[in-house]
Design a protein around this ligand. Structure first.
Ligand code: CMC
Length: 437
């Protein structure tokens, strides 16, 4: 079969050239324009990457029109129903679901790497008690390279694998320590007898002074199930802003800890992972269902920066399949854990109902995304609001390290270096300070 091409013609010069059209297994084909500048002396301009594929990847597929999300080919609803977060992490990193033996070895290795170097505790002490946990995450994760520099030969696949495993294993420990620093509680060591999410809950909430309290108090199976579900839903989302940041930083050959710290920084923003925290602040601000019309009007006002947090998505234009799954679970979790948060959920549902009937939201195809609901569940599980984005970090680490491993294993990867349209002044002569007006 003849390969498809796209012809680009510059009307002013009449020059034209053909460019190959690349096809993946699913999704839109993409025109390969890396020789565009050489052939025609022009660049492409696509701020926000609205129509630009930045890489080839076989990890995650999203069909935004039809609300489809596949991890390594498996539909998200099947993984959400049947799998655990570490099994999904294995799948993302290695390409296939593990055998029982492979999963056992993977979990075992994660357990081995979950401790932090004792010197890292001192890093937390350097932060003020009211530091945002995301600020601590960026700093402490970035500093990991100072502890593991003997295994940072990025041309060695085993070094890359161990770095990825360390990241996945240590991030929950760092996350829990960030919280405990903020409340002044002693740090809790990871425990190998607990499952990944159980261990996280234990590191968050157990207290040395309350040994008599049954562990089941803070490691409730329903909470563990909810965490596993949320972590699976957030584990990967192809070339989102933070994953693209990890890839761009990695393209320079920077060490993986620095690259993941860059990803954490990108996730922090309210347009991305910070949305779950922003949704809760917004619901607090709205206060009651009577105020919904006022806030919807603000969201629609072009002169008002207010946006409905937890609504809209760059890729999903009909529904976010993760939101559909989590919405169903929300009621169940609130019933079990916190009837106090039920009014908040009712307010969220009222807001959702109002927005979905509004012409503006219908026309712009703005639907609730996963983070419209995730914060409500985290709140019911007694996770503090400023830890919500940190929870997203724990989950998305599985995706970040998988993309990093994929990219680093590609022999032809090059430094990411976009071009620009220069809009500044033309060359001009330096003026001595005394002569400047
Ligand atoms: N409230 C009100 N108007 C909105 C919203 C919103 N939440 N989202 C988009 N719009 C409008 C926007 O003003 C624009 O209008 P116009 O065409 O008149 O200029 C139009 O819809 C298209 O929006 P956009 O900003 O060009 O779309 P985008 O693809 O660049 O941004 C988004 C996607 C998710 C950043 C944006 O919808 C948003 O800011 N949502 C709120 C924050 C949020 O919930 N983020 C979490 C995303 S899901 C978790 C994750 O993957 O990180």
């Amino acid at each position: 079969m003849e390969k498809d091409t796209v012809t680009i013609k510059v009307n002013s010069t009449g020059k034209q050239a053909d460019f190959p059209l690349l096809k993946g297994t699913h999704g839109n084909p993409a025109v390969e324009i890396s020789s565009l500048n050489k052939e025609l002396g022009i660049f492409t301009y696509d701020p926000g990457f609205m129509a630009t594929a930045s890489c080839k990847s076989s990890i995650t597929y999203i069909d935004g029109e039809n609300g489809i999300l596949l991890y390594r080919g498996y539909p998200i609803d099947q993984l959400a129903k049947n799998s655990s977060f570490l099994e999904v992490a294995y799948l993302l990193m290695n390409g296939d679901l593990p055998s029982r033996q492979e999963l056992g070895a993977f979990v075992n290795e994660i357990n081995q790497h979950a401790m932090l170097h004792e010197a890292l505790r001192g890093f937390f002490d350097g932060f003020h008690y009211d530091a945002h946990p995301m600020a601590m995450m960026v700093g402490v994760v970035g500093s990991l390279s100072a502890f593991y520099h003997s295994e940072l030969d990025m041309n060695d696949p085993e070094h890359r694998r161990i770095s990825a495993m360390r990241m996945l294993a240590k991030i929950p420990t760092i996350a829990a320590a960030s919280y405990r620093h903020s409340v002044g509680w002693p740090y809790v060591y990871p425990r190998q007898d607990l499952e990944y999410c159980e261990n996280f809950l234990n590191m968050m909430f157990s207290l040395p002074s309350q040994k008599y309290i049954d562990e089941a108090h803070y490691i409730d199976p329903a909470a563990v199930k909810a965490l596993n579900l949320l972590f699976i839903l957030h584990a990967d989302h192809e070339q989102n802003a933070s994953t693209s940041t990890v890839r761009l930083a990695s393209s320079t050959g920077a060490n993986p800890y620095a690259c993941i710290a860059a990803g954490i920084s990108a996730l922090w923003g309210p347009a991305h992972g910070g949305a779950n925290e922003a949704v809760l602040s917004m619901l607090d601000e709205i206060g009651s269902a009577d105020n919904i019309p006022k806030f919807i009007a603000k969201a629609k006002d072009k002169n008002d920066p207010f946006r409905l947090m937890g609504f809209g998505h760059r890729v999903y234009k009909n529904f976010d399949p993760r939101a559909t799954i989590i919405r169903e679970t929300c009621h169940e979790i609130l019933e079990k854990f916190s009837s106090d948060d039920e009014p908040l959920f009712e307010l969220a549902l009222a807001l959702e109902e109002y927005a979905l009937k509004d012409e503006y939201f219908i026309e712009k195809k703005l639907y609730p995304n996963v983070d419209f609901y995730s914060g409500i569940i985290y709140k019911a599980l007694k996770i503090p609001v400023d830890m919500f984005t940190v929870m997203f970090v724990i989950a998305r680490t599985a995706g970040w390290v998988s993309h990093w491993l994929e990219m680093m294993a590609e022999p032809t990867h090059r430094i990411g270096r976009p071009r620009q349209i220069y809009t500044g002044l033309s060359a001009r002569d330096y003026v001595e300070i005394a002569e400047r007006k």
